[in-house]
Write a protein that binds this ligand. Structure first.
Ligand code: ADP
Ligand code: MG
Length: 243
């Protein structure tokens, strides 16, 4: 079962994983109000569909309109929302038919120093979760794996004990993180791994995982899917299903 980015970020935030400030909007007026409420000079309007590649995706009805867009005023947020809501977004992951956008996430713009990749999936050979990381954030991990496989780092997680400090230290070294970013990784990554096991996820993908100028880790994007066979253990999560 897949959930939307805004739902994933609410759950991650509750689990102590840092996400940007954001407000859900389902009308152009709400998008404009969200910009004001966030109170910054820069915000991002993000189409909520069960597929990635939205930044590079375009709408059938508005061929120049991307599915993720930076805005600098409430008026701009409103104009983009008018084009996006009710329209069909086509991305590399939706297929030609695309997906209709009914909900937007308006998020505070971040001061991005670098973009990493972090994903947790099940490693069936190892019989447990594996944390996959790369310094090449923002691009599709399949492409990184194909073009430069040496930039993909794997770290098996013990489902009982969780991700260990020594494992995070090794990853931080391999990723060439600053001391501040490495400290941030020690807080962020074990919580991300724990979120995966606590919720019986099949996928938790943070791409990009942003390192801010201050060295803080922030989940800029979030793609979460749960194991349908475990949903009986998570009645609260079943409510998040959006057909
Ligand atoms: P998708 O993977 O579906 O294209 P993302 O959430 O990864 O969507 O957003 C695409 C790009 O938009 C990011 O790689 C980032 O460069 C930019 N972006 C998204 N959210 C923000 C934000 N809050 N602040 C600044 N830039 C952002
Ligand atoms: Mg992304």
């Amino acid at each position: 079962m897949k959930i939307h980015e805004f739902q994933a970020k609410e759950l991650l935030k509750a689990a102590g994983v840092t996400v940007p400030d954001g407000i859900v909007a389902s009308s152009p007026d709400e998008a404009a109000a969200a910009f004001e409420q966030l109170g910054g000079k820069l915000a991002v309007v993000k189409a909520q569909i069960h597929a990635g590649g939205r930044g590079k995706g375009r709408f059938k009805e508005h061929p120049d309109q991307p599915g993720v867009v930076l805005v600098r005023s409430a008026g701009e947020a409103r104009e983009h929302a008018e084009r996006m809501l009710g329209s069909t977004l086509v991305t590399i992951q939706t297929g030609e038919e695309g997906k209709q956008v009914n909900t937007l996430l308006v998020e505070a713009g971040l001061d991005i120093a670098s973009e990493l990749y972090a994903g947790v999936v099940v490693d069936r050979a190892a019989g447990g979760p594996v944390l996959i990381m790369s310094s090449e954030g923002g691009t599709e991990i399949e492409k990184v794996a194909h073009d430069s496989p040496e930039k993909i780092l794997n770290c098996n997680v013990d489902a009982g004990y969780g991700l260990q400090a020594a494992q995070v230290r090794k990853l931080a070294h391999q990723l060439g993180l600053s001391a501040a970013a490495a400290a941030s990784a020690q807080k962020f990554l074990p919580k991300l791994a724990k979120f995966f096991t606590d919720n019986d996820c099949t996928q938790v993908e943070i791409n990009p995982l942003v390192v801010t100028a201050a060295g803080d880790f922030v989940a800029l994007d979030a793609k979460v899917a749960f194991d349908d066979n475990a949903m009986f253990r998570h009645a609260d999560l079943a409510e998040l299903r959006d057909l």
